[in-house]
Write a protein that binds this ligand. Structure first.
Ligand SMILES: [Zn+2]
Ligand SMILES: [Zn+2]
Length: 332
């Protein structure tokens, strides 16, 4: 398609390079960096994506190589695999599909039933998982630093949501600076909300962690906390996420500054109360089409406030959202 060049796709990894380097995994860091450069390939694959109009999951096995997509091991109507990793990818993408369909009335990541493709066993002890613009890809982890990715529903929903974002924000969100941190945050927001929805946990029962269960016992408990970004007791020893604009890192990693909009969502959800998917997630989702490729935190804040009006919610709800963005010092 001729307008493909105007669409900002990302090769978005769940584990930022600096975490891999912290744990001295140069090999996974190098492979991640190399894949990040493959955007033309992923763009082509994306626009050739198959739209089916119904829940349609396809799981591939890369056989510990870095060739995509790998061999087909399970389709929508196929039998469960003997491989639990294959079934986890199938189940996780199904739960995420159901969330978008049942809660947000969205048919798959493009709203038109795009087939959900996942590849497991990617790379050799690869410590990462990513969305490449057209599909989800999961390494196994090395078994020590990371023990796997696809078993974590919030990781699966995080990756799929990158696809939702590129289809919902006109032109997509450029994967650097504030728009990149927003892109990451939106994936964390829906990653956490999908997990909460699946567990039927309200905002005070939820753990608000991203990637709990993917790190080895020696390396940490989770990647990020939306409830208390940067709290290393809840996450891992190198967590440097800021909670408010006071800690904003100019030119910082998108996975670092995402702590600020993550915390804003957490506060908004707590202010609104109940289940995060009842109002907070609907507000954030409604705000996506109001953004643009280089959207700033402030523009995102205003979009969510406007979304409250579009949804016909009350002033008390708008105040709840505004107060959250004020608390993180994005709005005055
Ligand atoms: Zn494997
Ligand atoms: Zn991401």
């Amino acid at each position: 398609m001729t307008h493909a060049c105007q669409q900002h796709l990302c090769t978005c990894f769940i584990i930022p390079t600096k975490i891999l380097l912290h744990f001295q995994d140069q090999k996974s860091a190098l492979l991640s960096e190399r894949l990040r450069g493959n955007r033309d390939v992923s763009a082509q694959a994306f626009f050739g994506g198959i739209t089916t109009g119904a829940k349609r999951r396809t799981i591939y096995d890369a056989g510990h190589t870095s060739t995509l997509p790998g061999s087909l091991v399970r389709g929508e109507d196929g039998q469960p695999s003997a491989d639990a990793t294959v079934n986890a990818a199938f189940d996780g993408s199904g739960i995420t599909y159901d969330f978008y369909q049942q809660v947000l009335q969205r048919n798959s990541i493009d709203g038109k039933g795009l087939r959900l493709d996942s590849t497991v066993h990617f790379g050799d002890l690869f410590n990462n998982a990513f969305w490449n613009g057209s599909q989800m890809v999961y390494g196994d982890g090395d078994g020590t630093t990371f023990v796997g990715f696809v078993q974590a529903l919030d990781v699966v929903a995080h990756e799929l949501t990158h696809g939702v974002t590129q289809n919902s924000v006109p032109g997509g969100l450029v994967y650097k600076d504030q728009s990149g941190a927003l892109n990451e945050s939106i994936s964390d927001v829906f990653g956490s909300v999908v997990k909460q929805w699946h567990k039927q946990q309200d905002v005070s029962q939820a753990d608000w962690l991203i990637g709990d269960g993917i790190m080895g016992a020696e390396s940490g408990k989770a990647l990020r906390s939306m409830q208390d970004p940067g709290n290393r007791d809840l996450t891992w020893v190198g967590d440097d996420q800021p909670k408010t604009m006071d800690g904003y890192e100019e030119g910082g990693d998108v996975h670092t500054n995402s702590g600020i909009p993550n915390y804003a969502f957490y506060l908004a959800a707590m202010n609104l109360g109940g289940n995060s998917w009842d109002k907070a997630a609907k507000i954030w989702y409604q705000a996506l089409p109001l953004l643009h490729p280089n959207a700033s935190f402030k523009e995102a804040a205003k979009a969510t406030v406007h979304a409250v009006n579009l949804l016909g919610y009350k002033k008390v709800d708008r105040d709840a959202v505004t107060a959250a963005w004020r608390a993180v010092k994005v709005l005055k």
